[in-house]
Design a binder for this molecule. Structure first.
Ligand SMILES: [Zn+2]
Length: 393
């Protein structure tokens, strides 16, 4: 099992990265194969951060002839996010702050401890604030000799990474993996063939989502609940009910996840602040800790908003695929459906819409996704959506 096995259905990207890793290890003289800054883009779920980590492992791999053997200490440490010379930046809130970025840039200038490179992986580089982006740009423009920056950003929003940063990076474009490739991976992980095939189709090229659908009953229940909505939107009351149910489900999912994460963090911070100190120090620490707690609460709130938004967006992606299936039925196209298990609902809805109507529904789902990105209140965006999806009498 090499580090490249996790990159599903991406032969071109693998070839590019392997050539770079070989050049970096001095095994290949292809001029310009290796460079200091890379930008991994691709649709959600195509495995941007998986690709970045595979490349990071290959650059640190101890087997210079194999680059990315998947078995040596370096490869294993990167896979477990424990390599001292590979740092990951994963924004938990809505953006990566300038303070965070300055700290990262400062650390990136150090010499590698054990590996050959000092590697910084920035997941969701589209969430850099403008100031953070500028702080990063300086480092990317004049990278320390042994430092490599690996940025990841969704290709659906290419403009979210500044043009100047993009122009300094080598681009690695990932594509949506085919359902057959995803199903094969799930089978390899021990999932039975029928479930794997269903989850691969329902996940629509999003590997992580397919894996969750195959393994987590709550995720597949939630999907089924969302996908029974279109056929039921016959009255305005039904539309309003559906909107509030969607929002409530997203809130519940986000609350469950946040409660778990928040409690652990708050406790860790309290322990860290409470350790040691007497006399005047204690008073100063009390003032300081109030600030730190407030800062933590702010971050946790921002993360909860993000989780809720992500959860709603997943529901909307499922709905969009539903209307695509409706269009396929109306067009009589012989293309595999995204939701074959909901064929009855798809047919019922296709009897009440024509192609123009189905396209209008698809547009409405897309408009709702954009409204949520622009911070429109979820219930308002969802009510506008479900009203637009109401079936004609
Ligand atoms: Zn290795």
């Amino acid at each position: 099992m090499t580090v490249w096995d996790g990159m599903i259905g991406q032969p071109e990207a693998i070839a590019t990265l392997q050539a770079a890793a070989r050049a970096a290890a001095g095994q290949d003289a292809t001029p310009g194969a290796m460079t200091h800054a890379w930008l991994f883009t691709g649709p959600p779920g195509s495995g941007r951060s998986v690709a970045a980590r595979a490349f990071a492992a290959a650059l640190q791999c101890e087997r210079l002839d194999a680059v990315g053997c998947g078995e040596c200490f370096a490869c294993t440490a990167v896979a477990h996010r424990a390599h001292p010379d590979v740092h990951s930046v994963v924004p938990e809130g809505l953006s990566i702050s300038v303070a965070e970025m300055r700290a990262i840039v400062a650390r990136s200038a150090r010499r590698p401890v054990t590996g050959r490179w000092q590697i910084v992986v920035i997941e969701d580089a589209d969430r850099l604030t403008e100031q953070a982006s500028n702080a990063l740009l300086k480092a990317v423009e004049e990278p320390p000799e042994r430092t490599v920056f690996l940025l990841c950003a969704p290709s659906t929003h290419p403009d979210d990474v500044s043009v100047t940063i993009r122009s300094r990076c080598r681009l690695v474009t990932l594509r949506t993996p085919r359902a057959a490739d995803v199903a094969a991976v799930l089978v390899g992980e021990g999932i039975d063939a029928e479930t794997a095939e269903w989850a691969a189709a329902a996940g629509q090229g999003h590997v992580g989502r397919s894996r969750r659908l195959a393994r987590d009953a709550a995720a597949s229940d939630r999907r089924a609940e969302v996908l029974t909505i279109p056929a039921r939107l016959t009255t305005l009351q039904a539309c309003l009910d559906a909107a509030s149910r969607l929002v409530a489900a997203a809130e519940a999912e986000s609350a469950a996840l946040s409660a778990e994460l928040d409690a652990g963090e708050t406790e860790a911070l309290a322990t860290a602040l409470g350790a040691g100190g007497t006399g005047r120090g204690v008073a100063a620490m009390a003032r300081g800790s109030a600030g730190a707690l407030k800062e933590l609460e702010k971050r946790q709130k921002s993360r909860a908003t993000r989780t809720q938004r992500d959860s709603l967006d997943r529901a909307l992606v499922d709905l969009a695929a539903f209307y695509r299936d409706v269009l396929l039925v109306l067009a009589g196209a012989d293309v595999p459906a995204a939701h074959p298990d909901l064929a009855d609902d798809v047919i019922a809805v296709s009897r009440r819409l024509d192609a123009t109507g189905a396209l209008r529904c698809l547009d409405a789902v897309q408009a709702c996704r954009e409204a949520l990105e622009l911070n429109v209140k979820p219930i308002i965006a969802l009510e506008a959506l479900t009203a637009a999806l109401r079936l004609p009498d």
